[in-house]
Every structure is written in structure tokens, then in C-alpha cells.
Design a protein around this ligand. Structure first.
Ligand SMILES: [Zn+2]
Length: 609
């Protein structure tokens, strides 16, 4: 039976995990004034509105309104329950939580079926790995991998495996372990023949386990080793646990080294990632057989500012590079394209020429996106024909105009100037004009986006509040950091705030202080039962206010709040009169009272909750 984790233990874990450090492991933060800023991981944005307060140990996003303390951040980021998030933080700071506080399986955010599928994948991964390394069944597969340059160390690190060519091998293993087989068909680990017999899905295939970002196996990529086994490549199907558009192969291992170097290498195949790792490049990831999605690009942009795309050196590979580069650039990443020779892939290259040449000749000479594109689009034109030449130059100018660094632009312009014998001044004018237009478009798009946002979330971002509401917010901000102010307000105003959400909040705050707690926003948030309340607190706590509150200022706030309450009361009594007038069928009085109500409402400028 699970007991509640004691507050002291939670406090200790929270204090061991500084919020700036924890968030900094996932987002690039820059220091500005008292706080840190970065791109919000919870909504797509290109300008940072996500702030972290080291003093208060909380975060708040002025874009989407999310906010909370370090536990809430981890919960939100990894979709964990409260207890799971506390556990993750404890692990991070090297503490352990006694067993009696750990959740029963049905209290995690995963359903029982999903949790059981994860366990089954774990067992399957171990079984297949064992078969590959130590059994007769796995001999041919091991030979196959060794011939393709995979070493024992790779097989170990990436937990490669082999599923024997037997229809009930994994099925009977899992059955003995007591797993419910039908649900494992639904999560894609097993297959069903003719809608009834349950069989092994990956028979006769070498397997690359695919881990989620917490390092748990949630799928397999399979490759047949014998001729005639169809299809040759077989992946787990999409399920709630295994979403190809969100996961990246090897991300759980690559994340730390990538952050350290502030760059990540994007490959097309699992084998490329493994061979690169063998060559000492530990920050490689791959998409799961699809092209890079916006979601994945945003994920990467939280950890690094630069991505090197290292796809196959053939035409489809180049086209795929272009597509991935555009998605990555949109997410704000700096993009380089590695130089893989024609008709090779990174795996072949490392195999044939070794690690040093891969480092120096492929990654070391990676070109910036625009340089790559200037070459890439040449294939569409016959540059000996004048009309084609002109169109190419136009396209080239469009591309060069998107480069923000003047020096880099200069390099490309020089090439154009020399290759096509053009006047430098003309080229520069063309670029200037294009950049003006781009800027304008950018501005418009930004404005449209922020209009859009504010209409969807009227209460957030740069909101202008009516005076009484502003007074309530300022006062609450003081009450959160000063116990004495809270006691004063409790005595003089109680919970008679006008905004309903503020009434609820002060009730919790008074209780918090009455129990003898000291002001601590992060800790206070833990007792708030609803996310909306926590978001409210994080936004209030980030209002910049002075450390002390003068008596006079306090009086002003109380006055503004009480005055509003009076108007409110007047409106309410007028509303009763209006109802009576309507009941008595007295349209003249009703109209007069109605006007009066409208007037008062306008005066108080109160938005209906
Ligand atoms: Zn946000």
C-alpha cells in the first residue's frame, strides 16, 4: 500500500534539484536581470517567453501560461505523475525514496496495459539480445552483423537482438511470464494470424530496440537476414507508446553529449548512428523511417542550437536533407549538411575509410544550409542557357537573402559575381531589397500570430487589467512573499476579493501561513490541487514588486478592491430590482434599471468570470 511522501522528504528533494539546473538540462536558458529566459518547451515559439526564477525556484511561461515549481516542470515535460516526478528528481540528485511511498502500477500516468507492454518489451529486448549473443539460433544473425562491421561493443551498447525464425518463440516465453497476449498484439509487439493465432511479429530478423526518451524500449526496428523473408524491413506499428513522429532513435543516449557540444547529428538509419558511435561520435540520432517532423525539430532545438544533417549521398538522400533542413531551420536551428560522397551512406563510409576520415572529411567539412542549397538547386537548370541562368540567379539571391550573417552572405555573393560575371553592386541591391521584404513579412506573421494568441488566451500575455484586478494581483504578489502582509489582509479583507480565482487562492494561502509555514512559493504551490491555480501563482510570483509594502500602498490596494466590491453589490441589488420590475411587467422601470446596470458595469470595467 502506498503512503503519501512526507513533506520534509519532498522539500529535501526539491532543494537538491535547483530549478535552473534541471530546466537548463532541457532548454537553453539565458540570464537576464534576476531571472532566466528560454524557449517554452510546452508551446511552439521563436521568441523566449518562458522564464525561470532562481530566487523563487519557479517557472512561468508568459506565452501559454504554464507555471509551477521544479516538480511541476518534470511532470509536464515527461508526462509523469507527481510521485513519478519526485522519484525522477530524487534519482537525479542521488537520493532514494523508500518503497512504501512508491506508486502502485495503476497510479502512474500509464494505463495498466501500457505499463505491461513496456515490461513485455523489456523482456523481449533481453531475450532477443541473449539469443543473438549466446545461442545457436542467433549464430547466423551474429555473423551477418559482424560482416557488416558491428562490433561486440556496439551490439552490447545498443542492445541489438535476433528473433529466431519460429512463430511461437516470444509468444510462449511471454505467456510463461504471465503476460496477457492479446493486449501485446494491440501494442505491436506480437502479431495475429488470420485474426486468431497469436504469433511472433519479428521472426527471422535482426532487431534494433527503439527506446523512448526515458530509455525504455517501446518498439523494434527489424531487418531480415535471409533472402525471401518479406518484408525485409519491419518496424513496430505506431501506438500510444511508440509514435514515430515524436521519437528519435538513440535520443536517450545522445542528449547529454549533444548538449555538451551544442550540436546534434541527424542520420537516416539506425546503423549510421551505431557506426558513428563506434567512431566516437556519441551525439547522433535518427528518425524512425520518416522525415523529420516539426515536433522532433522543436525537441532538438530545446537542447542544441546546431544540427548537422548526415544523410545518404544519393539524390533521394539529398532531397531528404533539404526537407529536414527546412523543418529544422523553421524551429530556429542552425543547419549544416555533411559531405557524404555520392552513392555512399555514413555507415559505408565509416566502414570503408575509417573514423578519422569520417570526422574530418564528412562532418568537418559540413556546409551551411545555403551553401548546400546553392549547389543542390543547380541540377534543375542548364546553366549554359541564358534563361535558366537568370532563373538560377534569382533563386540563389532568394536563398542568400535569408542568411543573417553579413560575412557569410558576402562569400556567396562573391561566388555569384565570379561565376556569372555580374556587378557586385546590383547583387547587393537585390539582396537588400529581398531582406526588406522578408523583414516585413516576418513582422506581419509575428503580429498575426500574437493577435491569434491573444484572442485564444485573452487573460494572458501583456494583459491589461482593470484597476481593482490589478490591485488584487499586486496585493497577492506581496502576500506570497510576505507573511505579515498576508495577515494584515486577512484581518481587514478576509477572502472578499472580487475575482473568484483570487478568493480561492487566498483561502489556501491563509491556511498555509496558519500552519506556521514561511513564505515559499515553490512549496506553497505543492498544496494547490489544480493546475490553473498553480499557473496563477507562478504568474503572480513573477510580478516585480518591492521587497516591502508601505502602509499607504496597502491601503490604496484595499480601497480599490473594496470600492469594486461596493459597485458589485450595487449591481447585484439592481439586478434583483430588474427581475422584480420584469415580473411586475413594468418595462419603463426595467429599462431605466437596465441602463443603470450597464453604466455601472462599464464604470467598473469588470469582465464577467
Ligand atoms: Zn509556453
Amino acid at each position: 500500500m502506498q503512503e503519501k511522501i512526507p513533506e520534509e522528504l519532498i522539500d529535501q528533494i526539491v532543494s537538491q534539484n535547483d530549478i535552473v539546473d534541471v530546466i537548463g538540462e532541457h532548454i537553453q536558458l539565458t540570464h537576464k536581470g534576476r531571472n532566466y529566459f528560454g524557449l517554452c518547451p510546452f508551446h511552439g515559439e521563436n521568441t523566449p517567453s518562458f522564464s525561470v526564477s532562481p530566487d523563487k525556484q519557479i517557472f512561468h511561461c508568459f506565452g501559454c501560461g504554464k507555471g509551477g515549481n521544479v516538480i511541476n516542470f518534470v511532470m509536464e515535460l515527461d508526462s509523469l505523475s507527481f510521485v513519478e516526478a519526485v522519484q525522477a528528481l530524487a534519482k537525479r540528485s542521488g537520493e532514494t525514496i523508500p518503497d512504501q511511498y512508491m506508486p502502485d502500477s495503476n497510479e502512474t500516468t500509464l494505463t495498466e496495459t501500457e505499463q505491461s507492454a513496456i515490461n513485455a518489451y523489456e523482456w523481449a529486448g533481453r531475450l532477443f539480445h541473449h539469443v543473438l549473443r549466446y545461442t545457436d539460433d542467433g549464430k547466423d544473425a551474429l555473423k551477418y552483423l559482424k560482416e557488416r562491421g558491428f562490433q561486440d561493443q556496439d551490439i552490447e551498447q545498443f542492445q541489438l537482438g535476433y528473433s529466431p525464425y519460429k512463430s511461437q518463440f516470444l509468444v510462449s516465453f511471454l505467456e510463461q511470464k504471465g503476460f496477457e497476449l492479446q493486449s501485446l498484439v494491440d501494442t505491436g509487439l506480437l502479431s495475429q494470424r488470420d485474426g486468431n493465432t497469436i504469433i511472433d511479429r519479428f521472426q527471422g530478423r535482426v532487431l534494433f530496440p527503439i527506446h523512448n526518451h526515458q530509455g525504455k524500449i517501446v518498439g523494434f526496428g527489424g531487418r531480415a537476414i535471409e533472402e525471401g523473408v518479406e518484408p525485409k524491413y519491419l518496424n513496430s506499428p505506431d501506438s500510444k507508446l511508440f509514435q514515430k513522429s515524436k521519437l528519435l532513435y538513440n535520443f536517450h543516449q545522445a542528449r547529454k553529449p549533444a548538449q555538451k557540444q551544442d550540436e546534434i547529428i541527424l542520420f537516416e538509419g539506425y546503423a549510421d548512428v551505431i557506426k558513428a558511435s563506434q567512431a566516437g561520435i556519441k551525439h547522433g540520432v535518427a528518425t524512425l523511417g520518416t522525415s523529420l517532423t516539426e515536433y522532433q525539430a522543436r525537441l532538438l532545438s530545446r537542447y542544441v542550437s546546431k544540427v548537422i544533417i548526415c544523410f545518404d549521398g544519393d539524390q533521394p538522400g539529398r532531397e531528404a536533407s533539404q526537407r529536414a533542413a527546412e523543418v529544422a531551420r523553421k524551429a530556429g536551428l542552425q543547419v549544416l549538411i555533411a559531405n557524404i560522397p555520392y552513392q555512399m551512406d555514413p555507415d559505408d563510409f565509416i566502414q570503408s575509410y575509417g573514423e578519422d576520415k569520417f570526422q574530418n572529411q564528412v562532418l568537418g567539412t559540413a556546409e551551411p544550409y545555403v551553401a548546400f542549397m546553392l549547389n543542390f538547386i543547380k541540377k534543375d537548370f542548364n546553366l549554359h542557357v541564358q534563361q535558366d541562368q537568370l532563373t538560377y540567379i534569382e533563386k540563389a539571391l532568394d536563398l542568400i537573402a535569408t542568411v543573417d550573417h553579413a560575412v557569410e552572405r558576402d562569400v556567396y555573393l562573391k561566388q555569384l559575381e565570379e561565376n556569372f560575371n555580374l556587378y557586385r553592386e546590383t547583387l547587393e541591391d537585390e539582396i537588400a531589397e529581398r531582406r526588406r521584404i522578408n523583414d516585413r513579412r516576418h513582422e506581419q506573421a509575428k503580429r498575426a500570430k500574437s493577435d491569434n494568441q491573444s484572442s485564444r488566451q485573452p487573460k494572458r500575455r501583456d494583459a491589461i487589467y482593470p484597476a481593482f484586478q490589478n490591485a488584487e494581483r499586486q496585493l497577492l504578489a506581496h502576500m506570497l512573499q510576505n507573511r505579515y502582509v498576508a495577515e494584515q489582509v486577512q484581518e481587514r479583507l478576509g477572502s472578499k476579493f472580487n475575482m473568484q480565482e483570487h478568493q480561492v487562492l487566498v483561502t489556501y494561502l491563509y491556511a498555509y501561513y496558519e500552519e506556521g509555514n514561511e513564505p515559499n512559493v515553490s512549496r506553497f504551490m505543492e498544496r494547490l490541487p489544480e493546475e490553473t491555480l498553480r499557473q496563477l501563482v507562478s504568474s503572480l510570483a513573477l510580478i516585480s514588486i518591492s521587497d516591502t509594502l508601505e502602509r499607504e500602498e496597502l491601503d490604496d490596494y484595499l480601497f480599490a478592491i473594496l470600492k469594486e466590491a461596493d459597485v458589485d453589490q450595487e449591481i447585484r441589488s439592481l439586478e434583483t430590482m430588474l427581475k422584480n420590475a420584469e415580473k411586475e411587467n413594468d418595462p419603463k422601470s426595467a429599462a431605466r434599471i437596465g441602463m443603470k446596470i450597464l453604466e455601472l458595469r462599464k464604470k467598473s470595467n469588470k469582465s464577467k468570470l
